[in-house]
Each structure stands twice: as structure tokens, then as C-alpha cells.
Design a protein around this ligand. Structure first.
Ligand code: BGC
Length: 740
């Protein structure tokens, strides 16, 4: 019997547990604290951005009044700051350098939602191991990832940065990424400190509008939003980032219940908490704190150890006065220092503060890293439709292939958001990948067709000055559209590469609509109307309104933002060198009017009408959670439930070696609260040779059956009957049951 992948397994294996604070570290921290002035103690609690003007930062570093810097990525600059911190200050305390290492550093992996779609925690672990190795090589110590926010509203742009809608899948990806970043234990060579973010509830922003308030009941918070965070703590995550928004009217960054009662008292978290950028100062903006000094006091009281800010931190400006006035105690400041300094010791920064500048470049983007990025992109693709077996493309069947769309040959869009250190010369677009693929080379011609852009620019566009091409005028627009349509007409097959540009999906990239931006839908309709075969390759970080395509475009392949080697991976998938095996990590709605929609809803009155709740449109999703096709076919049979052990047979009934993700769902039939119709409680991605049959097995543990009871304000494990399903997605029909 094969073992299923459970978040708990990842936590349990190896020496993942957070290293207990040994006497040496505690002793060293105490010794240091005894020597520190109050100013130095306050200084450790600040983290500043380096956006290119080093002067004000240098002044703080030289005085020993700064704990950390973020956004420095040049090893020479890192060493320069570090030499100042270590050699010019009284106590030689090193800085800890942080960066948004989200899905790769130089070698960019598929975006996090894509990694979740691979249903392959081991793959995510490997990707973040490589990301850590590259970032550490330039002197970075600390990654602001993984983002563990459950996202059930795809209007929210940051869905792309997380693992989607499900707490169980989210917990498995969380634990894997923490382990990838940190290695066996905090301080492992070539690894980083990880940050679980954004604590907590950020994904439930009202209307999907980034930064807007979240209202989440405690039961929903405990049962849905918090499990990935708890899994990360169990996996030993070293730091936490507090979220921006109000959670039930209390800003997360001023929320003592979250950062103290839950995080430290219940979960026994031993690392340190950093605020999100400027989130302490914005406690004033929320109408929560009276002024920045009040914000400082309330954030520290709530449990924010380090403040991240642009310019000066509120802590550095206000803590001394707050201490003098008795609004905070020295012990509070020292406790925050303890959390931070212990981590600097554990990371080995006192022994090894500097980075080897000469060696740094050698580690970046090695062929091995690029291969891993390609494999990850292949494993994360989800085949949504394949009528008539159009894919994989038959060798020699098409002599002229049109490659059309605004994302087909755009390197920055292939990478997705949060890619700052990429090398575009290494970045392969879909068009570039097809040009060199054995099946398509010499046959492909490209036309962009349409241009897509945001109405309101992203602040990332401004900060990082991404090159935005000049907008086309209306004549140019018509010409390009017609050129693409003519190219499709003159070809035997069109590969449309559509979706959202990278700056349309990410932070500050929320939308009121799920439509394909710009004239892409029109272009798709024009090309489809030609009556020739069409393949739609989608690049996006959220579900889009695909109702036309789902009905009329024969093949749809979701490739997300696939990263540095994305184009090669997509070409391999289209040509059959790689077989899609990814599954959706969220429920795909038909239109934005269905939001929120997720598979683990409760059943209430008239469940037989569940698909007809709206009178004008189905209320079922377009594609269910966990869904994804293959070039092969799989069947599930022989479900056996013996106590809490559930087994089933998975057979590849087709002729192609391929992967299937066996998924286990359960449902508690009655009890102290209505429970969701289904909840994922196990999964395993298994590779099958043609006609191979394998048995998958899952053990349902107590933790899988427990839920947070709003009535009892506690976790409960009730006596009840439980339905069980095993299958290829959340609509699996192979069923059994057990009682508890
Ligand atoms: C984001 C964080 C990020 C931080 C530092 C913030 O705007 O919300 O996720 O880590 O910036 O770049």
C-alpha cells in the first residue's frame, strides 16, 4: 500500500521540528541584551526597504539602530551594509537581509498557485530549496514566503500567490515550502528563514478588493483560514508576517488575539513576527490607532516584533518616548529583541555575516535549476478540455501553426508577478519554446493580435519601471487584430495564448470581472469561427470566464505563469513529451456572479436544486475543485474502508504513461454543526505506466475528523457516520462510509 501525502507526514519526517531554543542561543541572547543600550534594543526592531538611496539607511546601520534590510540583492551592497553593521557598531550585531523570494530568485518557478495545482508538495519543497540556494548565494537570509492565505474569491489578485481555496492542500503546500526554504532546521547552509504570511484572513477581503476588511467567523477562521498557518508552525517556520487588513474590525497588525493568543499561546510559535510593509503606521489609517505613537504601542502589545517600513519606522520614531511614558515596558522591547536575535544566532549570522561575492554568480540559474523549473511547469499544467484528442499535437499533422495572443511571446508575463531578479535571456516564452520543439519547429508563426493593459497602473509598474509598450492607436489595434485573424486563416492550427498580463494578477491586482482582458475574447471567437483546430493556452493566476471556450474551443491547457522555462514546458506539453497531470486548486466558476463558490459548502434545503440556485444560469462550477484531464484515462475502483484505512485501485486505462492525483474526500453526516458536503483529507499524485493498476491508501486520522465548533469554542471529534469518496476530483463518485 502506498502512503498518501499528508501535511502531518511532512512535518513528522526528518528533523523538521523547530530546534528547541538550546541554552547556547538563549545564553548568547541574554549576554548580548545585557550589553545593549535602549536605543540599540529599539533599533533591532526596525526593518527598512532599500530602494536605492543608501544614505539614510547607512546612518542607521552605522549607529547600530537597524535590525534588517529588505530589497538589497547585490552581494557587494549586502556586504557593504553588513561590514558597517558588524565592524562599525559597538556590539557587532549583523543585519538580517530579507527579500520576496516567492517563486524563485534568478530561476523563476511557476507561481505558487501553479505549484499547488501540481498537487506535489515534494515538488514545491524542491522548488523552494533551489530558490533558497540562489537567494542565499547573493547574501539574502530571509524569504517573505510562503503566502498561506486561503483564497475563495478570485477577484482578489493575490490568489496567484497562494495554494487556492482548500485548507488541507494549503497545509500540505505550506509545510513543504517551509521545509524547502529552511532545510532540515533553521540555520541549514544554503537555506533561508521562511515567513508565513499574511497572518491572517487577508484572502477574504470584502469584494476581493485588496487590503479591504475581512469578516470571518471564528469557526471559518479555525476550520478554513488558519490550518495552513498552523501546519507551517508545526513545520518550524521561523517568522510570521502580520497582514494589512482589519480582521473582524481589529487590524491584523494590531491583533493580539491572533499574534499572541493563537500564535504563541496555542501554537507555541517561537520565531519572530514582522509587520507587512508600513502596516504599523497604517493602524492610524484604519482609524484604530490615534497616531503613530499609539500605533507603535498597539503593534508591539499585539506581538509585532519587527516593523517593516519605507522611510523610517514608527518604532524607531516613537518607542523611546512610549517607553519613557510607560506605555510599553523595557521587557516588551527586550522580548521582541529576544525573538529576533535568537533567529540571527540560529541562522549563524554572527559566525558568518558575509557572502562570498565571487562565488555568488555561480549558483544562480545552473542548468540543474532550470531543469527543475521546467519540470515544475510541466507538472503544474492543468488540461481543462481536450475534445477529439486534439492534444498532444500529432507529428506532421500541421504544416502551418499560428501562435496568437498577447502572452505568447512576452517574457515578463511568462514569469508572473514577484519576479525581480530574473534574467530575461534565460526566459523562454511559449513562442520560443514552440520554435525549438521537435513537433512544431519550422511551422510556427506569431501574431500578437491584441494588446492588454490595466486601467489603473500597478504600483509595481511604477516602482520597478517595467517596460510597458506604447499603447496602440485604434488603427494599429485593428491592423494587429486583422493580422492575427489572417494568420490563423492561413494556418492549419492556431495556438491561442491568452489570459492576464503578470501585473493583472498579484498584489494590488484585484478585479471586478473574470473576463479575458481587452479584446481577447473577441479574438478567440474570430479564430474559432474559422472552423479549424484551436488550442487555448491560458496564462493567469485566477479563474477566468471561460464559458465560450469551455463549449467551443476543443483544447484548453491552463499553464498559469510558468516561469523561466515556461515556454519549453508548454511546448513539451502540447507535443506530448510531457503529459498534463495537474489539478485545479480552486473551484472554477462560470462567471463572477457565482463568487464565492467552493466545493466544501454546506448542504441545506433542497439540495437536489443545488445546480439551479440561479434561475438564469447553472449554479454549479464550470470546473470543479481538483479537476484536470490527462492524455491518458484513469479509472477508480474497489474502494475498501477498513476502520479508518481507505484504499482504492487506480488504473491507467489508456496507452500513455501519465499521472493521476487520487483524492480522498470525507463528509460528517450529522453532529453538533452542519459540516461541508465534502472536505479533502488526503491526496497522492501517482505515475502510472499504460494499463498499470495501483492501490492508493489513506489513513483518516482524528485530526482529519475534528472541526472547530462555534458552539463549544473548541475542537470537537464527534460520534457520527462519515461518507468517504476517492477519485480524480471533488465530484468523485466511488463511495464508502465509516462510523466514528
Ligand atoms: C506585501 C508583502 C511583501 C512586502 C515586502 C507587501 O506589500 O504585502 O507580501 O512581502 O510588501 O515586499
Amino acid at each position: 500500500m502506498r502512503k498518501n501525502v499528508l501535511a502531518a507526514d511532512l512535518v513528522a519526517c526528518g528533523t523538521l521540528a523547530f530546534p528547541q531554543s538550546g541554552p547556547t542561543v538563549d545564553q548568547r541572547v541574554d549576554d548580548l541584551l545585557k550589553q545593549m543600550t535602549t536605543e540599540e534594543k529599539i533599533g533591532q526592531l526596525s526593518q527598512l526597504f532599500d530602494f536605492g538611496d543608501p544614505k539614510p539607511i547607512e546612518a542607521e546601520v552605522a549607529k547600530g539602530h537597524l535590525g534588517s534590510l529588505l530589497f538589497v540583492t547585490d552581494p557587494a551592497v549586502i556586504n557593504r551594509f553588513q561590514h558597517m553593521a558588524v565592524e562599525q557598531t559597538r556590539l557587532h550585531i549583523p543585519l538580517i537581509f530579507g527579500f520576496d523570494v516567492i517563486h524563485g530568485f534568478r530561476t523563476i518557478f511557476p507561481v505558487p498557485i501553479a505549484m499547488a495545482a501540481s498537487w506535489d508538495p515534494a515538488g514545491a519543497l524542491k522548488a523552494q530549496t533551489i530558490a533558497a540556494r540562489e537567494a542565499r548565494a547573493v547574501g539574502i537570509h530571509w524569504a517573505f514566503a510562503p503566502m498561506l492565505d486561503i483564497a475563495r474569491d478570485p477577484r482578489w489578485g493575490r490568489m496567484v500567490e497562494g495554494a487556492g481555496e482548500d485548507p488541507y492542500l494549503g497545509a500540505a503546500m505550506a509545510a513543504a515550502q517551509v521545509r524547502g526554504f529552511q532545510g532540515e532546521a533553521i540555520g541549514s547552509p544554503e537555506h533561508l528563514l521562511a515567513t508565513m504570511k499574511h497572518f491572517a484572513g487577508y484572502g477574504a477581503a470584502e469584494g476581493g478588493r485588496d487590503y479591504d476588511a475581512s469578516y470571518i467567523s471564528e469557526a471559518q477562521l479555525r476550520n478554513v483560514y488558519l490550518p495552513p498557518f498552523e501546519a507551517a508552525v508545526k513545520a518550524g517556520v521561523g517568522s510570521v508576517m502580520s497582514a494589512y487588513m482589519d480582521l473582524n474590525d481589529v487590524p491584523a497588525t494590531g491583533n493580539r488575539w491572533l499574534m499572541h493568543d493563537v500564535l504563541r499561546d496555542e501554537w507555541k510559535f517561537q520565531g519572530f513576527v514582522v509587520s507587512d510593509a508600513n502596516a504599523v503606521k497604517s493602524l492610524v489609517t484604519h482609524g484604530f490607532a490615534k497616531d503613530e505613537r499609539d500605533a507603535t504601542v498597539r503593534a508591539l502589545n499585539a506581538g509585532v516584533d519587527m516593523e517593516m517600513a519605507i522611510g523610517a519606522t514608527a518604532y524607531s520614531t516613537n518607542l523611546a518616548a512610549a517607553l519613557k511614558a510607560g506605555d510599553v515596558t523595557l521587557k516588551q522591547i527586550e522580548d521582541a529583541d529576544r525573538n529576533i536575535l535568537a533567529m540571527k544566532f540560529r541562522m549563524g549570522l554572527f559566525e558568518h555575516p558575509y557572502v562570498d561575492e565571487a562565488a555568488a554568480a555561480k549558483t544562480l540559474a545552473t542548468p540543474e535549476h532550470r531543469t527543475a523549473a521546467r519540470v515544475a511547469a510541466e507538472r503544474s499544467a492543468v488540461l481543462l478540455r481536450n475534445e477529439g484528442g486534439l492534444l498532444p499535437l500529432k507529428k506532421g499533422a500541421y504544416s502551418k501553426i499560428a501562435v496568437v495572443g498577447p502572452l505568447a511571446d512576452s517574457q515578463v508575463d511568462t514569469l508572473g508577478s514577484w519576479a525581480f531578479q530574473e534574467d530575461l535571456t534565460e526566459t523562454v516564452t511559449v513562442m520560443a519554446g514552440l520554435r525549438t520543439n521537435a513537433i512544431t519547429e519550422g511551422r510556427v508563426t506569431y501574431a500578437q493580435g491584441v494588446q492588454i493593459s490595466r486601467k489603473f497602473p500597478s504600483f509595481f509598474d511604477e516602482i520597478f519601471k517595467l517596460k510597458q509598450p506604447a499603447p496602440w492607436n485604434s488603427k494599429h489595434e485593428t491592423d494587429e487584430f486583422n493580422k492575427a485573424a489572417s494568420l490563423a486563416r492561413a494556418s492549419d492550427l492556431t495556438i491561442l495564448v491568452l489570459g492576464e498580463a503578470q501585473n493583472m494578477s498579484g498584489e494590488a491586482a484585484s478585479r471586478d470581472s473574470l473576463s479575458l482582458p481587452g479584446r481577447q475574447e473577441e479574438l478567440m471567437k474570430a479564430v474559432t469561427a474559422l472552423g479549424k483546430p484551436v488550442v487555448l493556452v491560458l496564462m493567469n493566476g485566477r479563474p477566468l470566464d471561460l464559458r465560450f471556450a469551455a463549449d467551443r474551443v476543443p483544447a484548453i491547457l491552463e499553464v498559469w505563469y510558468p516561469g523561466t522555462q515556461g515556454g519549453t514546458a508548454v511546448a513539451n506539453l502540447l507535443s506530448g513529451e510531457a503529459v498534463p497531470g495537474g489539478k485545479l486548486p480552486f473551484t472554477w466558476p462560470r462567471s463572477e456572479g457565482q463568487i464565492p463558490i467552493n466545493y466544501s459548502h454546506n448542504t441545506t434545503q433542497a439540495p437536489e436544486e443545488q445546480g439551479k440556485r440561479y434561475w438564469a444560469e447553472e449554479s454549479t462550477p464550470l470546473y470543479p475543485f481538483g479537476f484536470g484531464l490527462s492524455y491518458s484515462k484513469f479509472s477508480f475502483s474497489n474502494l475498501k474502508v477498513a476502520g479508518r484505512i481507505v484504499t482504492a485501485q487506480v488504473e491507467n486505462t489508456g496507452t500513455v504513461a501519465a499521472d493521476e492525483v487520487a483524492q480522498l474526500y470525507i463528509h460528517q453526516k450529522y453532529g453538533g454543526a452542519s459540516r461541508p458536503v465534502r472536505e479533502l483529507k488526503g491526496f497522492e499524485r501517482v505515475t502510472h505506466a499504460p494499463h498499470e493498476r495501483k492501490t492508493v491508501g489513506f489513513e483518516v486520522k482524528d485530526d482529519d475528523l475534528k472541526y472547530w465548533s462555534a458552539a463549544k469554542k473548541a475542537w470537537v471529534l464527534e460520534s457520527s457516520m462519515f461518507d468517504v469518496w476517492v477519485g480524480a476530483d471533488s465530484t468523485a463518485t466511488l463511495a464508502g462510509s465509516f462510523s466514528n
